[in-house]
Design a protein around this ligand. Sequence first.
Ligand SMILES: NC(=O)CCC(=O)C(=O)O
Length: 261
Amino acid sequence: MKNFKVALLQFDIALAEPDKNYQKVEQQIALAARTHPDVIVLPEMWNTGYALDQLKRLADQDGVRTKAFLQQMAQQYQLNIVGGSVATQKNEHFFNTSYVFDKSGELLSEYDKVHLFGLMEEDQWITAGQMGNSFQFAGISAAGVICYDIRFPEWERKLMANGQQVLFVSAQWPQPRIAQWKILLQARAIENQAFVVAVNRVGTANADYFNGHSLVIDPLGKIMLDAQNEEGIFTAELDFSRLKKVRGEIPVFKDRRVDLY
Ligand SMILES: NC(=O)CCC(=O)C(=O)O
């Protein structure tokens, strides 16, 4: 299998200004498409930022706008898209929702963030999801989670337990804990023997400062790409033959004691 090229879109998000953000994402996807990636990955809650007290006005009703937008982008540029996440409203409740489209424009998954981050008051406004998020495209199998979800290794293990090769993470992870971001993501890569492709935002919103450091990490935990603190499109190539080697040498999935835990 040829290498799998991922394009990470790391950018600033205009707080409470969805129109600006859709426009920006459209421009970024158009630029990223020129690098001919196999998949494009977006950050968390990119339509509104954490404008949680304004969700009644701003949230995407049933995700209609976002789904139509991402589908059109996928079809126009013939790209798989892990659509980060957006604020949605479904049946009177607000969610932090991720959509994944394949390059034909088919919706592969819809995932509502499962672990809500109290320090950013998410739990006061958003309803937690109840379902997992594993999907397949372009011959690979993958799972996706959102930001705070990475602190719960049991969750990633559950999503990755059927041989998933890539864990996609979309985030708005503030600068004071960026060292933890790196370590947690490296650990998720090592323990699941998978590539991790994680996109964070840059910029300032509310009282939070975000310094990027979107990462691509290999199955041994080595950082292949660190986007530092710049807006931009960052690409890396995943070689799945390496993954096979790592899993062959130390077969942790086979060696798990599922009889004990
Ligand atoms: N948006 C989030 O879920 C932030 C999570 C975070 O910052 C953390 O430390 O965990």
